[in-house]
Design a protein around this ligand. Structure first.
Ligand SMILES: C[S@@+](CC[C@H](N)C(=O)[O-])C[C@H]1O[C@@H](n2cnc3c(N)ncnc32)[C@H](O)[C@@H]1O
Length: 154
């Protein structure tokens, strides 16, 4: 198992908790040969990548044919009322925990901000299909505020 992140501090936490081999790298230039991995899991990552298409192409490249790609991330819920409540909840929670843990109330409020420019659950499924994944599916949680996507490299 290998963990990849741009941030050394994030990798230190990963190594302490899981013992996984940690590699500091950009998702758009993964330092691995083609088709190395059976599965690539991206946790709350896609939304943060500045070049989503390039990162997905890299993830596709390093996954073996028949291997799986799985992503868990935040999304804007489709229902307008729930979307407003959900965004409000994320701002309040983000400010609370950012202040309590780090003395920086704006630290985690980037999460609701980052949702504004991100894809919808359905659009990410379509993008994965266009990238060459088959049997793509997605499961919404908390009424579409979180989504789990998966697909097989065809
Ligand atoms: C919300 S954190 C999620 C961290 C971890 N995957 C988790 O689930 O706890 C988003 C992470 O994406 C990383 N990140 C952002 N852009 C990246 C890129 N281009 N390549 C690799 N990692 C990136 C950040 O450094 C940050 O640690």
């Amino acid at each position: 198992m290998v963990a990849v992140d741009l941030a050394e501090q994030m990798l230190d936490v990963t190594q302490r908790r899981s013992g996984a081999k940690a590699i500091c790298a950009d998702a758009v230039a993964l330092p691995f040969p083609d088709s190395l991995f059976d599965c690539v899991f991206v946790g709350y990552g896609l939304r943060n990548f500045s070049n989503l298409n390039a990162a997905l192409q890299e993830i596709h490249r390093v996954t073996r044919p028949g291997g799986q790609m799985v992503s868990l991330d935040f999304f804007l819920p489709p229902n307008r009322l729930w979307r407003k409540l959900y965004l409000g909840y994320l701002y309040v929670q983000g400010a609370f925990w950012g202040f309590l843990l780090h003395g920086r109330p704006r630290l985690y409020t980037y999460i609701p901000d980052s949702l504004q420019g991100f894809l919808s659950l359905e659009d990410l499924s379509s993008l994965l299909r266009r990238m060459g994944y088959v049997r793509v599916d997605a499961r919404p949680y908390i009424l579409g505020g979180i989504g789990l996507h998966w697909g097989i490299k065809g």
